[in-house]
Design a protein around this ligand. Structure first.
Ligand SMILES: Cc1ncc(COP(=O)(O)O)c(C=O)c1O
Length: 480
């Protein structure tokens, strides 16, 4: 008798992608400058640790809030009791105001149109449940955030069809790539329900232009589809061009065609405080939609992933402090800019370049094609393993983001100290010099490993993954 469900035993979670395997390897042998100086440096995690001091100093000045008091009186019992799944009105108001502030107050958001979720992960999955049936599809531009295979597909049974973007135009989405993806879906007998983009993009670290956004809006208007704009990095833009939210485009479009088609009801924004405020552990996300039915359905579904009352209480006070949010956003932006520059310069010294258009996010999209032994995903995996085990850096291979060109990697820069970033750059430079047969120290190159057995286990899982990746590519090529 089968004891577990198909869902519990199915393989579509994506946990065995190199993106997650790299995290596992890091966990076994994490770098620490005193305890484990030869350990692996985690550069595969898009976390923002650069502005914790600003949050901590706000908390120190507002101890009543942290101690669950209002006007000096404890509200512990109020917070501990049953929570209505609509969320605290004061928090929803503070959150929409914060979202508007990030967009330069060019747009406003109605707190009645927001649904709180346990992070953007839950927001994206909830939208899939609301907008598509099992076996229907969403189009996503490549490269895309590896977590989407889990978030969009795993439990919902929704399919992802890639919109193939290439380095020839810095991975920007084109009309022909969109149309091609639509054709590809049709050939697979998949009904397409919408397009999902991340703006700013993870993993590219770039913002979408007004042209791209208008292209998308016209596409979903003509094809009668939905658009999900995951704007989780909207406050994490450190140089021009500025971030443009799809909401701004919706406000600008006043053509009759657009208004008649009720497009605004088919555009949904996903947001979270995991990146802009650096609070992924708090699990605070949201769906914003002008579609009443979607808001009502998503609110009911949010029962499965609510944001705790004490978190909402704390953050409604923090985000309600406008002086604090203004200062936080601008200071955080300065720090990100400085950090990104350090990474770009460090890579440059090692002869490695990044996507020139990088102006946002917590990572760079790095071109290591010159370090591949051949123009294949097998060579990309070989390089990734060398960088993981010999250099001691966990970075994310482009193939884990479904990039169609081998040799690109996502490298994070905001989840470590400056010293650690400098060490990572030194290790990489030495590795490149050694690979080129030049002189260079290799003293750092022999990583200590946690145990022989765990290493061989992981290598086996990585080999399995590479095997599956090459079969997938062959299969996709045959289908094309
Ligand atoms: C584009 C994108 N969407 C969603 C998520 C998930 O975020 P959360 O921690 O809010 O669930 C991430 C996290 O890396 C992301 O990069």
């Amino acid at each position: 008798m089968k004891l577990l469900s198909t869902k519990a035993t199915c393989n579509s979670h994506g946990q065995d992608s190199s993106y997650f395997l790299g995290w596992q390897e890091y966990e076994k042998n994490p770098y620490d400058h005193v305890q484990n100086p030869k350990g692996i440096i985690q550069m595969g995690l898009a976390e923002n640790q650069l502005s914790f001091d600003l949050l901590e100093s706000w908390l120190a000045k507002n101890q009543d809030v942290g101690g669950f008091k209002r006007d000096g009186k404890s509200i512990f019992r109020e917070l501990a009791l049953f929570q209505d799944y609509h969320g605290l009105p004061s928090f929803k108001k503070a959150l929409v105001d914060f979202m508007a502030e990030i967009r330069g107050n060019k747009v406003t958001f109605d707190p009645n149109h927001i649904v709180l979720t346990a992070g953007a992960t839950s927001a994206n999955e909830t939208l899939m449940f609301c907008l598509a049936e099992k076996g229907e599809a969403f189009l996503l531009p490549t490269p895309y955030y590896p977590g989407f295979d889990r978030d969009l597909k795993w439990r919902t049974g929704v399919e992802i069809v890639p919109i193939q973007c290439t380095s020839s135009n810095n991975f920007q989405m084109t009309e022909s790539a969109l149309q091609q993806a639509h054709e590809d879906a049709k050939k697979k007998n998949l009904k397409v329900k919408g397009v999902l983009v991340t703006n700013p993009s993870n993993p590219l670290g770039t913002t979408m232009s007004k042209n791209e956004l208008n292209l998308l809006i016209d596409f979903i208007k003509d094809k009668n589809m939905h658009l999900i704009s995951d704007e989780i990095y909207s406050g994490t833009v450190f140089t021009s061009p500025n971030f443009v939210s799809v909401m701004e485009i919706l406000n600008e479009r006043t053509d009759k065609d657009f208004l008649d088609a009720n497009v605004s009801e088919r555009v949904h924004i996903v947001y979270s405080l995991s990146k802009d405020l650096g609070l992924p552990g708090f699990r605070v996300g949201a769906i914003y939609s002008d579609n009443e039915t979607v808001v009502a359905a998503a609110t009911k579904m949010s029962s499965f992933g609510l944001v705790s009352s004490q978190t909402q209480y704390l953050l409604s006070a923090m985000l309600g402090d406008k002086k604090f949010t203004r200062n936080y956003l601008s200071e955080n932006q300065k720090r990100l800019k400085k950090r990104q520059k350090m990474l770009v310069n460090g890579l440059q010294k090692a002869g490695i370049s990044c996507l020139k258009t990088n102006n946002a996010g917590l990572f760079c999209w790095v071109d290591m094609r010159n370090l591949l032994t051949s123009d294949t995903f097998e060579a990309e995996m070989d390089l990734w393993k060398k960088i993981l085990y010999e250099v001691g850096l966990n970075i994310s291979p482009g193939s884990s983001c479904h990039c169609t060109e081998p040799g690109w990697f996502r490298v994070c820069f905001a989840n470590m100290s400056e010293d650690t970033l400098n060490l990572a750059m030194k290790r990489l430079k030495d590795f490149v010099s050694n690979s080129n047969g030049e002189e260079g120290s290799n003293s750092d190159n022999k990583r200590t490993r946690s145990s022989q057995s765990s290493r061989s286990f992981t290598r086996k899982s990585i080999s399995n993954w590479v095997f599956r990746l090459s079969s997938r590519d062959h299969h996709e090529q045959e289908e094309r």
